[in-house]
Design a binder for this molecule. Structure first.
Ligand SMILES: [Zn+2]
Length: 233
């Protein structure tokens, strides 16, 4: 798409978009999306994780060093569009990446964040999960206000939420998505040949520790250690 369009061209484009089938629209969105370009290998990135469903790349403007953007390979804009197995897979990957950060980056915590919608601070067109390594006093603040609310309002809101929850969640006592993590365990963390020249010491350090995940994620994750690091224990 050209950088500058006159009014006529813009109108023509809007008309064209209106006429598009959902498939055509998705293709169009993909072409406009920088993350789809990264996933297609047309734009360079530092991949930390990749399998057939998801990709994790280092944010080039990180909130903290090691900040990872975890993306579904398919183009989805907001969370409601994501199939449950894909979403489940992404969060399992987020867990693995978070564990890797805790083991390798000398951090005491991680934030795992989704900005779902513009009002929530979403800027990218492509759904993503941020996995951010955290240290105390690292200058990032997620302090949420603690507003006061009347009991009857609390009840009213609660009722609305319960009514609109649907049966989907209850249906999933033995959810299928939880079969998916195996794929993460087996995921390859191979370095792409073209990225070799970009290999630098700090990156190498991270890679090395992430490579440990697949083997150790089943038996050897020491949850006590992680809990200690998080200050839970
Ligand atoms: Zn995209």
């Amino acid at each position: 798409m050209p950088e500058q369009m006159n009014e006529e061209q813009l109108k023509a484009l809007q008309e064209k978009i209106k006429q598009m089938s959902p498939e055509e629209l998705k293709e169009f969105q993909k072409k406009q999306c920088i993350f789809c370009q990264i996933i297609a290998g047309k734009v360079q990135s530092k991949k930390i994780f990749e399998d057939n469903i998801a990709i994790g790349i280092l944010d080039i403007n990180p909130a903290n060093p090691g900040h990872i953007l975890l993306l579904p390979k398919e183009h989805y804009t907001i969370m409601p569009q994501l199939p449950e197995d894909v979403l489940s897979h992404l969060f399992m990957a987020a867990k693995a990446l978070s564990n890797s950060m805790l083991r390798s980056l000398e951090v005491q915590g991680t934030n795992i964040i989704v900005a779902n919608g513009v009002a929530a601070g979403q800027r990218a067109q492509h759904f993503m999960i941020h996995v951010i390594p955290r240290k105390e006093n690292d200058g990032i603040s997620f302090e949420l206000p603690q507003k006061s609310i009347q009991m009857d309002e609390l009840e009213k809101i609660g009722k609305k939420l319960v009514e609109n929850l649907g049966s989907k969640v209850e249906d999933k006592e033995m959810p299928k998505p939880f079969v998916m993590p195996k794929k993460i365990v087996e995921a390859q963390f191979k370095e792409k040949p073209k990225e070799k020249e970009a290999k630098k010491a700090p990156i190498k350090k991270e890679k090395k520790s992430i490579e440990k995940i697949p083997k150790s994620s089943k038996e050897n994750i020491d949850l006590d250690d992680i809990a200690k690091m998080l200050g839970v224990k």
